[in-house]
Design a protein around this ligand. Structure first.
Ligand code: 5GP
Length: 181
């Protein structure tokens, strides 16, 4: 695993290795596979941050009938939330009667997640499951509880494996945490 990385003058240290990510992706995928038995789900990848997790997860779940689509919201500027969630790219597809699996990178305050789930419910899917790579339970402002969590972490800013700092560092294979020393 690489050592420290610097992005926009901020230093990040290794936090979750790619091996650990692989293990937890496999665990969550096998839980989903069992729970979705017989279903033809729609995976909704929340851009941009979840693209890498979603790519690994859907391949690992391995349901060939599954559909994959993308939505986009934004709430962060730099390393902190603005508290307002913007829908940048909405869902055009009809999801009535479908088993929807939302794939998110991280649930922090829970604002994005609860807004998204409320919006999806209005479109009458058969079920909604919410999967997140990372969850910061201590940051919750909504009490939102994801159905599947790969990693629960304390409220520190992280990058890598799809997660960015102002658009950068999404390419990193491992997850890094901001160095507070
Ligand atoms: P929430 O609406 O739950 O407060 O925030 C969700 C979004 O905030 C995530 O999809 C992600 O884009 C961003 N976010 C929250 N915490 C972090 C973090 O530690 N690192 C990065 N890169 N983005 C974060």
């Amino acid at each position: 695993m690489d050592n420290k990385v610097t992005v926009d003058g901020l230093t990040f240290v290794p936090y979750i290795t790619r091996d650990k990510i692989d293990r937890e992706v496999k665990r969550v995928a096998s839980e989903l596979r069992a729970d979705l038995k017989g279903a033809s789900p729609l995976f909704l990848c929340v851009l941009n941050g979840a693209f890498m997790f979603a790519a690994d997860l859907v391949r690992e779940v391995g349901i060939n009938d599954a559909h994959i689509n993308f939505v986009k919201y934004s709430s962060y500027e730099g390393t902190s939330t603005t508290g307002k969630v913007k829908e940048i790219m909405g869902l055009t597809e009809d999801i009535e009667g479908m088993d929807v699996v939302v794939v998110e990178d991280i649930v922090d305050t829970g604002l994005t997640a609860s807004m998204m789930v409320a919006d999806l419910k209005k479109r009458n899917p058969r079920s909604i499951r919410f999967v997140t790579l990372l969850h910061k339970p201590e940051s919750s402002k909504t009490g939102f509880q994801p159905d599947y969590v790969a990693f629960s972490i304390p409220p520190r800013f992280i990058i890598g494996y799809g997660l960015d700092l102002d658009g950068k560092a999404r390419n990193l294979r491992d997850i890094y945490v901001i160095d507070e020393d």
